[in-house]
Design a binder for this molecule. Structure first.
Ligand code: NAD
Ligand code: DAU
Length: 349
């Protein structure tokens, strides 16, 4: 094997797409997927590659420093792609501490383990931290987030991600740890847990449950198909420059209500419903506290320097996403039973 690579959070939404891409594309890399399998982690996401000879799964919690140190000693990683995190803003508003523990302390544990393992020779090593555009805060009607935009996180989730970004840069500066960071916009696609807007609303439309639109529905997000994010991560891991940050985005801004109407239209067509039927489910509800008004990424750096751009249009990606959820009802049913119901009631009742 040429390299041993640790991917954290590989049983989650984006992580599973990254694991699949690397396991298939690099048969000479040993890919170790480390995940605690929280409510958001699901090994069902990876059944197609679970028996590949270059793939190993390790169940572990990044909050457990001694377990992480042991795993680094055992596997002698050459590189880390760190995605494990608590990732949902609404949950961070209800229970911030687990976000601080996993996103901040968990990242620090990985940085310490990498620093210890690589201390004699950092040549060819790389710590890749996967982060979010939410660290930049909220935009007005115009403008874009650049890599140089000041941090201004507004929720416990984004504050914990911002803190972890700062730690990664500090380890680069203080200990010469070779790192790259990417800050990406909203992802969508198959295997996303149905607490996030698109899969939640697909599930609700299918089951004739009201669609809870926060506030006036005029909040704006920049949407990227998850497979294109995984392609960008592959490119940055291999060709990115140490110490650099790259913004990743879809060049694809949508006001929530416009996106929801497009989703309803596509769902009507796919479910054989009369035009306008699903839109009747739209229900404006109390706003998310501290709701960021608009995110929009300027992704020209990764485009110019590394030649990356999205390959899937939004209409095409959304259609593929809906098809996947409609064809994978068992997956959706298994993740929406049990604790999901309790979460749904506490969030929306
Ligand atoms: P997700 O919630 O779907 O998956 C997170 C994964 O991390 C799960 O498999 C979970 O089991 C694992 N995990 C959580 N806590 C852990 C712990 N203490 N130890 C080990 N594993 C743990 O998240 P996602 O949407 O796939 O996001 C992945 C990463 O990408 C996160 O770092 C997130 O901040 C970042 N990101 C997400 C988006 C997005 O739109 N979803 C956009 C930009 C950046
Ligand atoms: O921008 C990147 C971020 O995108 C990631 O870092 C986060 O991990 C990811 O969760 C996502 O954060 P958002 O808060 O933007 O995503 P969410 O799907 O929760 O919400 C998208 C928009 O839809 C937001 O304006 C809130 C709104 N919304 C969301 C839900 C769940 C609703 O109106 N109703 C809802 O029920």
């Amino acid at each position: 094997m040429k390299k041993t690579l640790l991917i954290t959070g590989g049983a989650g939404f984006i992580g599973s797409h990254v694991v699949r891409l690397f396991v298939n594309k690099y048969p000479d890399y040993r890919i170790v997927n480390l995940d605690a399998l929280t409510y958001a982690g699901n090994l069902e996401n990876l059944t197609d590659i679970e028996n590949f000879p270059n793939y190993t799964f390790v169940k572990a919690d990044i909050r457990d420093a001694s377990a992480i140190n042991e795993i680094f000693k055992e596997h002698q990683f050459d590189g880390v792609i760190h995605l494990a995190a608590e990732s949902h803003v609404d949950r961070s508003l209800k229970d911030p501490n687990v976000f601080i523990e996993t996103n901040v302390l968990g990242t620090a544990n990985l940085l310490n383990a990498a620093r210890e393992l690589w201390k004699g020779n950092m040549e060819g090593k790389r710590f890749y931290h996967v982060s979010t555009d939410e660290v930049y805060g909220s935009l007005g009607d115009t403008g874009f987030f650049l890599e140089t935009t000041s941090y201004d996180p507004q929720s416990p989730y984004s504050a914990s991600k911002a803190a972890s970004d700062h730690l990664v840069r500090a380890y680069g500066n203080s200990y010469h740890l070779p790192f790259v960071i990417t800050n990406c916009s909203n992802n969508y696609g198959q295997n996303q847990f149905p607490e996030k807007l698109i899969p939640l609303f697909i599930h609700n439309i299918q089951n004739n449950i009201p669609l809870p639109v926060y506030g006036d529905g005029k909040y704006t997000r920049d949407w990227l198909y998850v497979v294109d994010h995984a392609r960008a991560i592959d490119l940055v891991y291999h060709d990115g420059v140490n110490g650099e940050t790259y913004n990743i985005g879809g060049f694809n801004e949508w006001q929530n209500i416009a996106l929801i109407k497009l989703l309803c239209k596509q769902m009507d067509e796919k479910l054989g419903r009369a035009p306008g039927e699903s839109e009747k489910l739209i229900s404006y509800v109390k706003d998310r506290p501290g709701h960021d008004r608009r995110y929009a990424i300027d992704a020209s750096k990764i485009n110019k320097e590394l030649g990356w751009k999205p390959s899937v249009t939004f209409e095409e990606g959304l259609s593929k996403t809906i098809d996947w959820y409609l064809q994978n009802e068992t997956w959706l049913q298994s993740v929406t039973s049990g604790d999901y119901q309790k979460y749904y009631e506490s969030q929306y009742s």
